[in-house]
Design a protein around this ligand. Structure first.
Ligand SMILES: NC(=O)C1=CN([C@@H]2O[C@H](COP(=O)(O)OP(=O)(O)OC[C@H]3O[C@@H](n4cnc5c(N)ncnc54)[C@H](OP(=O)(O)O)[C@@H]3O)[C@@H](O)[C@H]2O)C=CC1
Ligand SMILES: Nc1nc2c(ncn2[C@@H]2O[C@H](COP(=O)(O)O)[C@@H](O)[C@H]2O)c(=O)[nH]1
Length: 328
């Protein structure tokens, strides 16, 4: 590996350029991802405590990208039918076990092609993922295939060469992730640098996945090569997110647990995720609007009118100092 600068979100500040808009309202945060345009380059994580069918419908109706999780496998075909009957796009997740290969064939037999299929595996740089990409492209050639997760340029290239239309980057930077502790591996603590490293090799869009803690981190992700940002913890704790609500000393919280946690698996086997309680902070629509306003502002600081302006801004590395000791 050539010499690589190591940094994460909190170590970076972007450098402003002369503003060319009279109002932040003029700034366009739209992103084209696959066959569609979306309001924001942001997608809630495909986790059971973050997305469910009603939220997926709401997001699709309001022109936000979504990826339904894969943890109610028996519902997925009906979900695709339901979305497409309502003229909404269908975006689902699959794993790589034998029955998942059968499921792809069942969709094809039913003449159902989801617009987006995400192969959702912890260690996505694997032959079985390449086999699944080939399988989907054979049976459902018009589906846009997102494959991951990977943490290296080699991983990105191999999945792209196998036919993936986008790759997802991030091994272990998530808020409820314990992969880095349990295995010693991953991009936790240097996710932004790993994104830059992977983006240099990519010929197709990248979704950065995990580690985003502030709205400014979305702008930084775009700067370092992401087309889309997958976010869990910032979306956890909304009225509409499906994690169980609990009351602790009169304060409302919502459960947010890892997809590889024992709470998801129902067994303590290969556990690489934990559970947290997040304070309930209101409606997801308000958070999405605030994200959009903050991103519009970021683009105005970049001296532009759309997301493209962020991709070229200068930056400095200010190791661990941007919060001046303040908590986020
Ligand atoms: N982004 C991240 O950093 C991580 C995300 N996750 C999330 O947790 C969920 C469960 O993931 P996952 O365990 O992959 O899904 P699955 O339980 O579907 O396992 C994937 C398949 O790959 C095999 N496998 C071999 N090596 C590994 C490895 N190191 N990690 C995982 N599987 C391996 C598994 O077999 P066997 O189980 O017998 O080994 C299984 O057959 C997913 O939603 C994933 O996104 C989990 C960890 C890290
Ligand atoms: N290592 C693990 N990673 C997990 C698990 N469940 C989900 N994830 C990943 O985290 C992101 C969300 O990260 P956040 O920082 O925005 O909260 C999610 O999209 C997955 O890639 C897990 O059990 N272990």
């Amino acid at each position: 590996m050539a010499h690589m600068e190591l940094f994460d979100y909190e170590d970076i500040q972007l450098i402003p350029n002369k503003c060319i808009v009279r109002s932040r309202k003029e700034v366009d945060t739209t992103v084209t991802f696959g066959p569609r345009d979306f309001k924001l380059p942001v997608v809630p994580a495909n986790m059971q405590t973050i997305i469910d069918e009603p939220l997926a419908v709401w997001l699709a109706e309001h022109d936000y990208f979504y990826v339904m999780h894969r943890f109610n496998p028996e519902r997925r075909q009906a979900f695709v039918e339901m979305m497409q009957q309502r003229n909404l796009f269908a975006s689902i997740s699959v794993g790589v076990k034998d029955e998942e290969f059968d499921f792809i064939e069942a969709l094809a037999a039913a003449n159902l092609t989801p617009e987006y299929i995400t192969i959702d595996i912890a260690h996505g740089h694997a032959q079985i993922v390449i086999d699944m990409i080939h399988h989907i492209k054979h049976y459902l050639p018009n589906a846009f295939v997102i494959a991951g997760n990977v943490g290296t340029p080699e991983g990105v290239r191999e999945l792209e060469n196998a036919g993936a239309d986008a790759t997802k980057v991030g091994i272990g930077p998530g808020k409820v992730c314990i992969t880095k502790i349990k295995t010693g591996f991953g991009t936790g603590g240097w996710q932004l640098a790993a994104l830059r490293w992977c983006a240099k090799a990519a010929r197709k869009p990248i979704i950065t996945d995990g580690g985003i803690r502030t709205h400014g981190d979305i702008a930084k992700s775009i700067r370092f090569g992401a087309t889309m940002c997958m976010i869990g913890s910032l979306f956890a704790g909304h009225e509409e997110t499906p994690g169980k609500k609990v009351d602790v000393d009169g304060v409302r919280y919502q459960e947010y647990f890892g997809s590889a946690s024992e709470y998801q698996k129902g067994a303590h086997r290969n556990v690489e995720g934990k559970k947290m309680l997040m304070p309930v902070k209101g409606h997801i629509e308000d958070t999405l609007v605030e994200m959009q306003e903050d991103l519009q502002s970021a683009i105005s600081y970049a001296g532009g009118k759309d997301l493209g302006a962020l991709t070229k801004v200068d930056y400095v590395i200010v190791k661990n100092s941007i919060f001046n000791g303040d908590a986020i």
